[in-house]
Design a protein. Structure first.
Length: 193
């Protein structure tokens, strides 16, 4: 089975994340997408980042009826700080029959050459890239790379930061979130201060 790993803090998960994940399932050869919730880095200021399990729960609420998209807490169990190359190695060892790929925006592709052991990642895993506005010039070595697949997904300019700030200002954000996530945030008064 081909699994696409879509990493994020998902603070909160919003419809933009789901549109990208669904597009990748429908317009690539991936069989499933795992939404990998990135744990809070203990060395960084927490600020508005909700607890790891609260964010995982929101991903579950957002994806529970989407058969091919699953929440994943795999990085919660790994040593911090975590590097993608280590997560991939751990998953490959734990699920040897699966083939794991990365899903990332063009903006991340631009900085891929700065990632730890990116050559190893590219040698062993495919990368599925979705477009972003203002992502800049793509690094020459990644333009026609055999393991990098550009998928013409819709450009979604919606951010979790914008949603958190809107909640703080008392704005209606319901159309930007899966219904159950919106209810969960309202019930718990998250991001209000």
């Amino acid at each position: 089975m081909k699994i696409g790993l879509y990493f994020g803090t998902f603070n909160p998960i919003h419809i933009g994340h789901l549109i990208i994940a669904n597009h990748m399932i429908e317009h690539s050869d991936l069989d499933q997408i795992w939404m990998v919730v990135t744990p809070h880095n203990p060395h960084k200021k927490k600020s508005t980042l909700l607890d790891d399990y609260q964010r995982l729960h929101m991903v579950y609420l957002a994806t529970e009826y989407i058969l091919k998209i699953k929440p994943s807490d795999i990085e919660f169990k790994l040593p911090q700080p975590n590097y993608t190359v280590n997560t991939l190695a751990h998953l490959q060892e734990k699920f040897p029959k699966h083939e794991f790929s990365l899903i990332m925006g063009e903006d991340n592709l631009n900085s891929l050459h700065k990632w730890k052991n990116y050559e190893t990642m590219l040698k062993n895993h495919e990368i599925y890239v979705y477009p972003r506005l203002n992502s800049g010039e793509i690094n020459e070595q990644f333009v026609n790379h055999a393991k990098i697949h550009r998928i013409g997904a819709p450009v979604i300019e919606l951010s979790s930061t914008f949603i958190r700030e809107s909640i703080k200002m008392g704005k209606n954000i319901d159309p930007m979130l899966p219904h159950k996530v919106s209810e969960y945030l309202a019930h718990n008064n998250f991001y209000k201060k």
